[in-house]
Design a protein. Structure first.
Lengths: 367, 362
């Protein structure tokens, strides 16, 4: 069985630059907080990684907080910046953001999306005008559909209404050029092609937030705990290597899949196709065939794709993203194809061949 | 794969025989909610165990979210059945819907050639197609719960544990295969009511089944009150309070009258029925054109008893006349056997005897 990995939005394959940086940091050893020579050596690596990451995403090094991953970076921002503010969450946000929102202070409010998956700016403006100071959370790119929210416009709206803007850039980083208009930006190392175990929150200069984990006061008191240096070094190296210009190649492959699907199956729908999207992501809805069945059928043929966001039990839930876009029953029938940075040139054709076989077998039964 | 020893051994055996095995675990209910433990995972330990067994066997494994389907087809039916004054048998409904319908359909859709389960029953190739037989171990036999498997479903199904002498042999096989669940205790009771408080589940879905009412003697006398018919089943002697004895003689539930919320009680001798009507029949052998002798099981935990059965094809109803009149609870299964072979089965219907006479006698 020939394996074809098309689940980059779950985790990107490790980039060679990241691998080299991880190994170097592992070899070096040392705790960046130690006062001796080994500590200084580790600290040099850590601060180098911080400067690289800051430069890559237009932040100041002192405004980069390293975390254990994207989920923690999002939680740190939502909890920290949301204190004393209304929290407005995009309807299609990742669970990392949704689950971090406070539940006690009247709960969070939802910013609806339009059928193409982009944030409804008129609704956002109405929400901002209707109450006190807010924290707005909108992802740069959606993990399931790849749809990009219009962050510059959102940032302008937020500024007009005195709201803070947190952007979950976990999927967008490294794949599309990013505007630095947000007050905070969450990143994940392994989605950039680094190892899992590190993430970062980038803050606007002058913005302060309390720690979720105080611990030994690392990261200027904003995130306690010894920094996972190998993972951080790997993230920084991956971020430097992951340039949007290179991701343009993936858009060509993605569009070949889309064209093939149109020719094969008029009933299939590509979610958010009308909106600006990530170059590597395709959300394919095949009405009448449960997403779970599609993923299993493709997996048994060696194709690694996903549906919605799998919980730790492994069960596939109905996609809240597709539901928010108005897919109704068909929200349970969408799979996500996400091309990795190193996708082979023949990936579209191999995918289409397997997808066609899957559809022929399962659509007939569903009909 | 439930995460228990039985289905784990099935997966291990088939893998060892060289089959291409795909593991499937049904997520049927929110485990965290079921055990009322805040923060408990929706999946629970059993799903974790199933995945670890699949890892060990190196087979692909999938957790299938069937919560909605299970709630609608099994749990709701369970509550509705109690509200109708019956004693439901949810394992049969689950087999009929979630397992041997939906899962089998998925297996076929994925191109599988068979669906193997950890049930204790035997599938025997007969002259006219596959037959369902009792398991080699009478203590473990689950053929009673499989009576509703249609011939087409049976043709696609495999029960590799049916020939094992006893559970100890299955556990020994698990040991031999090196499965981490070899010593895992057997599951008990109904899977979605782990604490055994089934009437709370029923009352949540059908509050009418929890409404208080009268306990009435077969002769019409009101003997006491009850806190909902869902707490009673025909033949039950407990939970009757002051109505549990009449002039020193113990009383038992003779019938449940959902319309009037009444529990009808009588002396033990008044309970057995000469004839038991059975509906929703599934035949795994040609239906008898004339009355025939066979063995029947009217509840899960009893040995098959001799009986005469009459099939009314036009009314799609079977009338069962046990050789010795028997207590039959509506909602339970009546399964027909010819020796080891399952001929078919259905659900016991209300006899209509005695029940309606109570009101007129009063």
């Amino acid at each position: 069985m020939n394996e074809l990995y098309l689940d980059a939005n779950a985790t990107e394959p490790l980039r060679p630059e990241a691998r080299a940086a991880v190994l170097a940091a592992l070899e070096a050893g040392g705790n960046p907080s130690s006062v001796h020579g080994a500590g200084r050596a580790a600290r040099r690596l850590l601060e180098g990684a911080r400067e690289d990451l800051a430069a890559r995403f237009g932040a100041r090094p002192q405004d980069v907080i390293f975390t254990g991953g994207g989920t923690e970076a999002n939680a740190l921002a939502v909890r920290g910046l949301g204190q004393g503010r209304r929290v407005l969450l995009g309807a299609t946000e990742h669970a990392a953001v949704l689950a971090a929102a406070p539940r006690d202070t009247g709960g969070a409010e939802t910013i609806p999306v339009r059928p193409d998956g982009t944030a409804d700016l008129a609704a956002l403006e109405a929400l901002l005008a209707s109450g006190g100071p807010a924290l707005v959370c909108l992802m740069a790119a959606n993990n399931e559909t790849g749809v990009l929210h219009p962050i510059p416009e959102v940032a302008a709206l937020c500024a007009r209404h005195g709201a803070l803007l947190h952007v979950d850039a976990v999927q967008a980083a490294g794949r599309v050029a990013m505007d630095r208009a947000a007050d905070s930006l969450a990143l994940s190392g392994h989605k950039l092609g680094g190892p899992p175990g590190a993430g970062a929150l980038l803050l606007r200069p002058g913005l302060h937030l309390p720690a979720l984990i105080a611990g030994g006061g690392q990261e200027r008191g904003r995130r306690g705990g010894t920094e996972p240096l190998p993972a951080i070094a790997g993230m920084a190296a991956a971020a430097t290597a992951a340039v949007p210009e290179a991701a343009g190649r993936l858009a060509v492959l993605r569009d070949r899949i889309a064209a093939g699907l149109r020719a094969l199956a008029p009933e299939a729908v590509i979610a958010g196709e009308a909106a600006p999207r990530l170059p590597n992501t395709l959300s394919i809805v095949l009405p009448g065939v449960p997403a779970e069945t599609q993923v299993i059928a493709l997996d048994l043929m060696g194709l690694r794709v996903s549906a919605g966001a799998a919980c730790s039990s492994g069960k596939v839930a109905r996609s809240h993203v597709l539901a928010a876009m108005g897919f109704g029953e068909a929200a349970g029938c969408g799979i996500r194809v996400s091309l990795p940075w190193n996708a082979a040139e023949d990936a579209p054709e191999r995918f289409l061949e397997a997808w066609a076989a899957m559809r022929a077998r399962l659509s007939r039964r569903a009909a | 794969m439930s995460g228990g020893v039985d289905s784990s051994v099935v997966a291990g055996l088939l893998k060892a025989e060289g089959h291409e095995v795909v593991g499937a675990t049904l997520q049927l209910y929110d485990h965290g909610a079921a055990v009322s433990r805040k923060g408990a995972c929706c999946a629970g330990q059993d799903i974790h165990d199933a995945r670890r067994v699949a890892d060990l066997l190196d087979i692909p494994h999938y957790v299938l979210d069937r919560e909605t389907r299970f709630r609608d087809a099994v749990v709701q039916d369970f509550a509705d059945s109690y509200a109708r004054g019956e004693t439901p048998i949810p394992c049969v409904r689950c087999n009929q819907t979630v397992k041997f319908h939906d899962l089998l359909d998925l297996a076929q859709g994925l191109g599988c050639e068979a669906l193997a389960t950890g049930h204790y029953a035997r599938r025997v190739e007969g002259a006219a197609g596959p037959e369902l037989h009792r398991a080699a171990d009478p203590a473990r036999d689950q053929s009673y719960f499989l009576f509703a498997t249609t011939p087409a479903q049976l043709a696609f199904s495999r029960f590799p544990l049916g020939g094992f002498a006893d559970k100890a042999a299955v556990r020994a096989e698990a040991q031999r295969l090196g499965l981490p669940v070899a010593e895992k205790p057997d599951s008990q009771d109904i899977c979605f009511v782990p604490e055994g408080r089934y009437h709370q589940v029923v009352e949540g879905l059908r509050p009418d089944a929890a409404e208080a009412g009268e306990i009435v003697h077969l002769d019409g006398r009101v003997l006491g009150r009850h806190a909902g018919i869902a707490r009673y089943t025909v033949g039950q002697g407990r939970g009757l309070g002051e109505a549990s004895r009449d002039a020193g003689q113990p009383l038992y539930v003779a019938a449940l009258e959902p319309g009037r919320r009444r529990v009808v009680v009588g002396p033990r001798a008044a309970l057995p029925q000469q004839a038991v009507p059975v509906g929703e029949m599934n035949w795994l052998a040609p239906p008898p054109a004339a009355p025939r002798r066979c063995q029947v099981k009217l509840r899960a935990r009893e040995a098959p008893q001799e009986a005469l059965v009459e099939w009314d094809a036009a009314a799609a109803t079977l009338l069962v006349r046990p050789a010795v009149p028997a207590i039959a609870a509506p909602g339970q299964a009546c399964v027909l056997y010819d020796g080891e072979r399952v001929l078919g089965g259905g659900f016991i219907r209300r006899a209509g005897l005695g029940v309606d006479m109570v009101g007129t006698a009063a």
